[in-house]
Design a protein around this ligand. Structure first.
Ligand SMILES: C[S@@+](CC[C@H](N)C(=O)[O-])C[C@H]1O[C@@H](n2cnc3c(N)ncnc32)[C@H](O)[C@@H]1O
Length: 218
């Protein structure tokens, strides 16, 4: 196994523990882009393509007219791909200050916030009402529990869309299926499309889930 692959694997063993995750990403931030490039990380590109599909097929608006939140933005790889595809109003948040600092240097985000933990209930860091949220590489083993989807939904406007990736190992190793069935039954989110086993990283593919926000409060 290469060094970059073992660094990625080690991040999957952090138990969703906030302080372990913060420390890990603080140490990894400056090497993150090189490491994931070496492992052919294509999640950000794939999710940005899906964002264009949502813009065209569901929202019926040009990318530049869509307010996007990049949740768990990391160093900004998804933001860069979104910008290339014509999105202009992009905000981002992440748990890690160090990852956000690098995202800030990309110049593609209007606003960025660090210290947002999707595993706990917190006051919203941005006004709610995004048309579209992308969340790439965050619902990963050791990072965020499936219930984090509800916290993401709270940032959407009614009828807004959420696109989230789950590595296959996350989908198979968590209760994502039953948790999302419950969230759908509660009327918080409605699944409108799934891409199974699509491009993600050399080692394995990911499933990408596209949800529309329901009208019930969450
Ligand atoms: C694998 S990186 C993905 C970053 C970026 N979205 C990308 O595709 O390159 C995972 C990101 O999730 C963030 N993260 C981990 N646990 C989190 C949590 N509980 N709440 C919010 N963000 C978290 C990390 O700080 C890190 O930036």
């Amino acid at each position: 196994m290469s060094n970059s692959e073992s660094t990625i694997h080690a991040s999957h063993g952090l138990d969703g523990d906030t302080s372990k995750l913060e420390k890990y990403y603080a140490d990894w931030a400056s090497r993150y882009d090189d490491d994931v490039r070496r492992e052919e990380y294509g999640g950000p590109r794939a999710i940005a393509s899906m964002a264009v599909m949502v813009a065209d097929s569901f929202l019926g608006r040009a990318p530049k007219a869509i307010r996007v939140l990049d949740a768990g933005c990391g160093t900004g790889l998804a933001g860069l791909e979104l910008k290339r595809k014509g999105f202009e109003a992009i905000d981002g948040f992440d748990l890690s200050q160090e990852m956000c600092d690098i995202a800030n240097d990309t110049g593609v985000y209007r606003e960025l916030a660090a210290n947002v933990d999707l595993n706990v209930d917190q006051a919203p860091v941005f006004a709610r009402g995004y048309d579209l949220i992308v969340c790439c590489g965050v619902f990963t083993l050791g990072h965020v529990e499936p219930d984090g989807l509800k916290r993401l939904a709270s940032y959407l406007s009614d009828g807004g869309y959420l696109i989230v990736s789950t590595r296959k190992s996350y989908f198979e190793g968590t209760d994502f299926d039953s948790a999302t069935a419950r969230i759908e039954a509660e009327g918080v989110l409605e699944r409108v499309a799934t891409l199974k086993n699509a491009a993600y990283i050399a080692e394995e593919g990911a499933h990408y889930w596209i949800y529309r926000k329901g009208s019930k409060p969450n």
